[in-house]
Write a protein that binds this ligand. Structure first.
Ligand code: SF4
Length: 331
């Protein structure tokens, strides 16, 4: 049983606290029927423009490190259990996507499914919004990237086979023992690797995102993760450092870390502080996905050595590592 717990929303004037025991955090699904725009132009100073599609807001996978928690605050919700249990479903997403692409097809080089939620969160099994959006992309021949932690993506093999698509599985931890404390309701790493193989066996391009790297916790997993990804058909890989864009998200992560892995929490937080010059928040948007210390450089070198040794695709690596959206433009 989870109880409602949200850090104060920095965009709201008032916040509330439970005097007694908090209420249980139950799943609440809100259908948004009047979405007018589904493609978001995202931009970063380092990497230029991307176009993203997210059919849901919030994510039931509930990774404690998730940077998308902040987007729930933009809606007036909390970035804690609200993000995990109050899910907004854009039920007209496929129709809106079709209409937008009809207007913009000539200028739409690529669409990315992800970056504000997992496109295959459990509700997708019944709503099929990602599936129907992919059908639109297939029809209009739009090259596509999907980033997910869910084997539900294998349901859509029939569409993916006819699309110019790459499916990146986010797998930052090698074992379920390491994943479970931080990725509360995600499928275990082995399940993700199996889904990777299933897609690869069908001729669909797949890759691995070793993201986030939490120094002092999972950088030693990098070689084995890349090896397993290769064994399961991956040709692309990227990594990035854990980062927090606000005090509220950091607060939630820190509490969960201390609760789930109390013996390692201090060491991890101290290591994170070293990367950010003594603070836990990054100084600038540009610095958010990479560190500054020798420990980070060593992790990067280790990634590069095994990336080369295993023959991952160099051009695709740099392309994928660049996919960092501007956050406020999402809503
Ligand atoms: S699966 Fe992705 S979007 Fe969902 S909580 Fe985890 S990191 Fe965030």
């Amino acid at each position: 049983m989870r109880y409602v717990e949200n850090p104060p929303n920095p965009f709201e004037k008032y916040s509330s606290e439970f005097l007694g025991e908090p209420s249980p955090a139950k799943l609440e699904v809100y259908e948004e029927k009047t979405t007018k725009k589904i493609i978001t132009k995202a931009w970063s100073s380092d990497f230029g423009s991307r176009f993203t599609v997210n059919c849901y807001r919030g994510c039931m996978h509930a990774c404690t490190y998730c940077f998308a928690r902040r987007y729930h605050e933009f809606l007036g919700y909390g970035s804690g259990t609200d993000f995990e249990t109050k899910i907004v479903v854009k039920v007209n997403a496929p129709e809106v996507l079709r209409a937008e692409l009809k207007r913009t097809r000539q200028k739409m080089p690529h669409l990315d499914f992800s970056f504000a939620t997992d496109p295959y969160l459990p509700l997708e099994a019944s709503y099929e919004l990602t599936r129907n959006c992919l059908k639109v992309c297939r029809e209009m021949r739009i090259p596509t990237l999907i980033v997910t932690k869910s084997p539900l993506v294998t349901r859509d093999i029939d569409i993916l086979k006819d699309l110019n698509v790459t499916v990146m599985f986010s797998i930052p931890f090698l074992t379920k023992e390491k994943s479970n404390p931080l990725e509360l309701y995600t499928p275990n790493p082995d399940v993700r690797f199996r889904a990777m193989k299933t897609l690869s066996d069908e001729g669909i391009k797949v890759g691995i995102g070793v993201a986030p790297v939490i120094l002092g916790y999972n950088e030693s997993d990098i070689p084995k993760l890349l090896e397993k990804a290769k064994e399961n058909g991956a040709s692309k890989a990227f990594m990035s450092l854990v980062h927090f864009d606000s005090e509220s998200i950091l607060d939630y992560f820190t509490k969960r870390l201390q609760e789930k892995i109390p013996t390692k929490a201090d060491k991890i937080l101290n290591t994170m502080r070293r990367e950010r010059g003594g603070k836990l928040l990054h100084k600038s948007y540009k610095e958010r996905v990479s560190g500054t210390t020798e420990q980070w450089e060593t992790a990067k070198k280790m990634f590069d050595i095994h990336f080369k040794r295993l023959g991952f695709d160099r051009s695709e690596k740099s392309e994928t590592v660049e996919r960092v959206p501007v956050q406020r433009s999402l809503f």
